[in-house]
Design a protein around this ligand. Structure first.
Ligand SMILES: Cc1ncc(C[n+]2csc(CCOP(=O)(O)OP(=O)(O)O)c2C)c(N)n1
Ligand SMILES: [Mg+2]
Length: 324
């Protein structure tokens, strides 16, 4: 089963935009021109592109803090997103949301810096959706580290008891901050999504670097939840082929493992598929990368020209920042 051509091109485009934005953000920080921090999702772009393509505009997303593909995939404007990362007044939250931004217009919630909190908030949202009898789905996207917090059990329990329309995405990316994930999970970290089984929540463990697989499974999961069948969980296995954040010393990283995962890079892997199918060729692929670089460069250029948000500005507009 293949996905129609427009969707294939869109999935590729969103992966490339997410990667180029991460690279641009990292560059700005290293050049001392951006005071925020960066948590790159390099190597994980198939997940953000796939899961967001599966959502309807009215659905609610609690995104991961890692990378900005979740926002881009939902339609957040690149310029407003970058201005936010740069702490500028033109930012989507007027520069005061920073890296934990939210996009009310696109039903994409702000991220809590407290791992696990997004899970419980998402269950609350899903219960609200159900009580209002709305036909929307709530999706929450977390890493395996966040999923290892006590909150995840409390929230799966509530989600199951209340039978809410919730799709739980666990990106299992080999790392939890500055450690390999194996040390956090007995007996090992792959398959942690099966914990949902105890709560009778259907779950699958999938290749998170196959963007079409991610899309199809996420779409099926959203349909399941939308049909009132209750919560569902997808564990998506991938690898963060970058540091935890911009100043990560990388001294705990096993180079061989990263090399192995670079061979499974979701962007080049999908490009090979698209060329084989004749959906894209090397020129159109290069054009997509060029367009993403131009879009990101322009957004950073405009943000640098924009006025920074000040502490006074924050207090003045706190109530209307747009952070959900
Ligand atoms: C409650 C809590 N504990 C610790 C942290 C510090 N912290 C930030 S990111 C992170 C690792 C998260 O790992 P994971 O959920 O797997 O996401 P990933 O970084 O792999 O995307 C940690 C421990 C935090 N933000 N909140
Ligand atoms: Mg992780």
């Amino acid at each position: 089963m293949t996905t129609d051509q427009d969707l294939q091109i869109a999935l590729h485009r969103e992966m490339v935009r997410a990667r180029v934005l991460d690279e641009g953000h990292m560059r700005m920080i290293r050049q001392g021109r951006c005071e925020s921090m960066s948590h790159p999702a390099t190597g994980q772009e198939a997940i953000s592109a796939g899961i967001t393509a599966a959502l309807q505009p009215e659905d609610i997303l609690y995104p991961t803090f890692r990378g900005y593909g979740d926002y881009l995939g939902r339609g957040t404007d690149m310029k407003a997103l970058v201005a936010e990362l740069m702490g500028r007044r033109g930012g989507i939250n007027r520069g005061v949301g920073g890296i934990h931004l939210g996009d009310r217009e696109h039903n994409t919630h702000g991220v809590s810096g407290c791992l696990g909190a997004n899970l419980t908030m998402a269950v609350g949202s899903a219960q609200a959706v159900k009580m209002r009898d709305e036909r929307r789905v709530v999706m929450v996207h977390v890493g395996e580290g966040a999923f290892n917090t006590p909150d995840s059990h409390a929230m799966m329990n509530m989600a199951a008891i209340w039978n809410v329309p919730l799709v739980i995405i666990v990106t299992n990316n080999q790392f939890v901050e500055f450690s390999y994930h194996d040390i956090h999970f007995p007996p090992n970290a792959e398959g942690i999504g099966t914990r949902a089984g105890y709560y009778r929540i259907p779950n699958k463990c999938l290749d998170g670097n196959d963007v079409e697989l991610v899309y199809r499974e996420a779409r099926d999961a959203t349909e399941w939840a939308r049909d009132g069948k209750g919560p569902v969980l997808l564990e998506l296995v991938t690898c963060r082929i970058a540091g935890h954040f911009d100043a990560d010393p990388l001294d705990y990283i096993d180079g061989e493992l990263i090399e192995e995962w670079k061979q499974k890079d979701p962007v080049s892997r999908y490009e090979a598929v698209l060329v084989r199918r004749g959906t894209m060729d090397s020129d159109s692929i290069e054009a997509a990368h060029r367009a993403a670089r131009a879009e990101v460069d322009e957004a950073f250029k405009l943000a640098l020209e924009d006025e920074p948000a000040s502490a006074g500005y924050l207090l003045e507009h706190l109530a209307e920042t747009g952070v959900l």
